[in-house]
Design a protein around this ligand. Structure first.
Ligand code: HEM
Length: 208
């Protein structure tokens, strides 16, 4: 769970920074999108690097999902009967919503690829530039609302996930817990804040 999560977080850092190219205008954004498809050329043919990234990501998503299901099964086996009374314990909202938050983020990724990569769920369609698809998508308040909800859920998922990963990988102890929690919060806010800049910029006409 932790290792596949780290692979996805590394992708998200690069993806969020790349999205900021939208603030440099249509030409810069579209040529960035073209560059992603030709990284490593001519040593590597065509979009080899992009396909390697896609395969690594897909393996990480499947591994993450598979690990989540086996953890859930393990928890169920450990306590097949539900609690008669459930005393509220100090649990964050994020930790209680890891499963459903994860499912919604998964559905968001499917929609997102259909929207901005393939264009089939985008008003501009496939026969358009990535910049046109981006602006068209965030000009639709329903699509933008879905993006914002999914990003906020992703932020909560990440915050709790980073904390859990440090426990799994043995990087945390009682003394370090506060630092880890603060880091997880700041990291998630900066990452999601960076992602949110683009839809809000379209919404307020900064990007058009
Ligand atoms: C507002 C936030 C986001 C914006 C503006 C955005 C923008 C984009 C754009 C423009 C593309 C298409 C790139 C191209 O075809 O050249 C893309 C692809 C993609 N995005 Fe995002 N993205 C956002 C958030 C996310 C998040 C949160 C995730 C993951 C949880 C994600 C995962 C992906 C994936 C997997 C692809 C497909 C890459 C490929 O195979 O070509 N994106 N994104």
């Amino acid at each position: 769970m932790a290792v596949s999560g780290i692979v996805m977080v590394l992708y998200l850092i690069v993806h969020m920074i790349g999205n900021l190219k939208a603030f440099s205008g249509a030409e810069a954004f579209n040529s960035y999108s073209g560059w992603i498809r030709t990284v490593g050329n001519p040593a590597l043919p065509g979009a080899t690097t992009l396909w390697v990234i896609r395969i690594v990501l897909l393996v990480a998503v499947v591994a993450h999902f598979w690990a989540a299901i086996s953890l859930w099964r393990q928890a169920k086996r450990a306590r097949p009967q539900g609690y008669v009374t459930k005393k509220p314990v100090a649990q964050s909202y994020a930790s209680r919503t890891m499963r459903w938050g994860g499912v919604i983020v998964g559905l968001f990724i499917v929609y997102h690829v259909l929207d901005l990569t393939l264009g089939v769920a985008n008003p501009e369609g496939y026969d358009s530039t990535p910049y046109e698809r981006l602006v068209a998508s965030f000009s639709n308040p329903f699509a933008t609302a879905f993006y914002i909800i999914a990003l906020v859920l992703l932020g909560m998922h990440l915050r709790h996930g980073i904390w859990s990963a440090t426990q799994t990988l043995g990087q945390s102890n009682k003394r370090r817990e506060r630092t880890v929690n603060a880091f997880a919060l700041v990291f998630s806010v900066v990452l999601i804040g960076g992602f949110l800049l683009t839809p809000f910029a379209v919404l307020f006409g900064v990007i058009d």
